[in-house]
Design a protein. Structure first.
Lengths: 353, 353
């Protein structure tokens, strides 16, 4: 834990959702868009994905103010076959274009068994799980990909070509929240690097590389993230880029725009890809969900290597944090509180939670 | 290289294909099935995936003789929506059931934009690329998954739950063979462990674990394979198992049958999943293939970390080996030559290449 760990307050999810929604609307964002963004940010924070949660509000507001993000998108959806379509996100928030895209995929799947939507002209969409989880609510498997700013060292090179392009897979489950795998294709994220910087601690080996592409454990020297499994993580990043950039017609690889260092007036031209797959086209939904639950219980009952550390299913840590934060609230650092107070003043929304 | 490296002959791909096909037919395998198996085995060997190539013939023949593999399958395909279907492989070779499954997926995609087929009652299918490459020939993206014997250490446990379930993604490309990512979800394969045993060399760290689930570099102690990226490779294995076991209705996780140690009279009840996705539903095929080629060229031109080691695209090593073996032939060890001669005698097929 960093030195800021003792300096936070706990905020109720419902009230912070309302606050973010109001601020966005005061910034000229249309109501349907502000709903998706506030829900997406708060869901990420609730699940412990703080890097993709409410802390991004100040950054996004700069994007709205600068003109990077369109507050009132004119979506254009083109159905290209029974199971496919393309969505023009019109440069709005990725959260909103993403919900629109996944809902179209679900609509296609309802008729054709599966639905696949490439979204173009989009922006940062936060945590991928937000969209894939929508499919699970409809008894479908959900998958979601996005391209991202290049940060992952190319195997054999001394610099990055692909972003930390996430792979997200969600399947519904009997009696508990869906199985949710939402993983970057690198060993760790830059958020983790920042935590190591704050706590002045070494990063584990084979996780990051310095400016020359050489592996390092020093967080101060970390410039690139290393892909998981060497060429395998690199290959997965490339697969995601094919889905998100080549199928959508957006810039690919190291032409993908910068999130933080780019000009806030410039559109990001990001691409996403959403898949929904009806379970009942393959197996009775009740049987599938029972087997899914059985698999998860079986995994958690596997013998432990260390008696004090439980065997977890991917996504379990997020489920546990969500349970805690539902009761206790979302921890907000002093820095972010100050940001929220200032934003509240600027946009005439009371930050009084 | 192992000590057997100097003791091989080079065999022509066409002639070895013909030999395997004739042997299988003499073993009672129907012609369409024997075609797919011989092509699949030889393609894997040509691409340097020797573990999944022609060396498997003796093992498969035991499966035919023992009754594990059905020589004359009665496939049953059920179309369950515009873009989905299920195929009963009737316990034949996975290579044959797989080609049938991928061809059905391509057929569905031709009409509905995408096609997704779950295959049940199948057996070992060799290298996943064999099937996904079929989609690329039709200007589609191909994906292919299979479940497998549990060998990958579950994160936090001291034993395996999932197999080394492969993820395969193929996309067509202008002016060269398709981009082909065909990766296991573990750091290395057991085939590599065997090579280390033969050469009495240490395995790199974070690749395998001993019988207690503790990481080891000693090939003699290796019992489990470690997943790439810790919980990420484990999560990918689980995703693949959901596709191949839960959607197909086959046994999952550590109920998946043994390849080598199981009785050769017992059906394997494996499941696979095939996806084909028409590129022209998203982007002009010529534009996509040019951008795909451009991406691959750009990656190979990225600055090198070590001037003597080229930057490669995943799949490049297989392409290079295929080029060499097209000219020179497939190297066959003395052991395998002896096996082929003996098999030739048993099945009255002349091994005279």
């Amino acid at each position: 834990m960093g030195k800021i760990a003792h300096d936070f307050i706990l905020l109720d999810a419902g009230r912070i959702t309302e606050y973010i929604k109001k601020v966005l609307e005061q910034a000229g964002v249309r109501e349907d868009v502000s709903c998706h963004v506030s829900e997406g940010l708060v869901q990420a924070s609730m699940r412990g994905i703080d890097s993709h949660g409410i802390r991004l509000l100040p950054h996004y507001l700069k994007g709205v103010e600068g003109g990077r993000i369109n507050q009132k998108p004119d979506y254009k959806f083109e159905k290209t076959s029974a199971s496919t379509g393309k969505l023009d996100g019109d440069h709005t928030f990725g959260h909103a274009a993403g919900v629109e895209g996944m809902n179209k995929a679900i609509e296609l799947a309802t008729e054709a068994g599966t639905g696949h939507v490439a979204v173009y002209n989009s922006s940062h969409f936060g945590a991928a799980a937000f969209f894939a989880l929508l499919a699970a609510k409809r008894d479908m498997i959900g998958m979601c990909f996005t391209n991202a700013t290049p940060h992952v060292l190319t195997t054999g090179s001394n610099r990055a070509f692909f972003g930390n392009n996430p792979v997200c897979f969600v399947a519904p489950c009997d009696g508990e929240e869906p199985f949710c795998l939402d993983m970057a294709t690198s060993a760790i994220t830059f958020n983790r690097v920042m935590q190591h910087k704050e706590s002045n601690s070494q990063i584990s080996t084979d996780s990051v590389a310095d400016a020359n592409g050489n592996p390092t454990t020093d967080p101060e020297k970390a410039k690139y993230l290393l892909p998981i499994g060497d060429y395998k993580g690199y290959g997965l990043s490339m697969m995601v880029d094919v889905f998100c950039s080549l199928l959508s017609g957006m810039p690919c690889g190291n032409d993908v725009s910068e999130m933080y260092s780019g000009e806030m007036s410039k559109r990001r031209y990001l691409g996403h890809f959403f898949t929904a797959l009806r379970i009942d086209c393959f197996e009775e939904v009740s049987v599938f969900k029972q087997r899914m639950a059985g698999m998860m219980k079986a995994l958690r009952s596997e013998p432990r290597r260390d008696m004090d550390i439980p065997v977890q299913v991917p996504g379990d840590p997020e489920k546990k944090i969500a349970e805690i934060r539902t009761k206790e609230g979302i921890p907000v650092s002093k820095q972010l509180q100050d940001d929220f107070i200032q934003i509240g003043k600027n946009y005439k929304v009371n930050f009084n939670l």
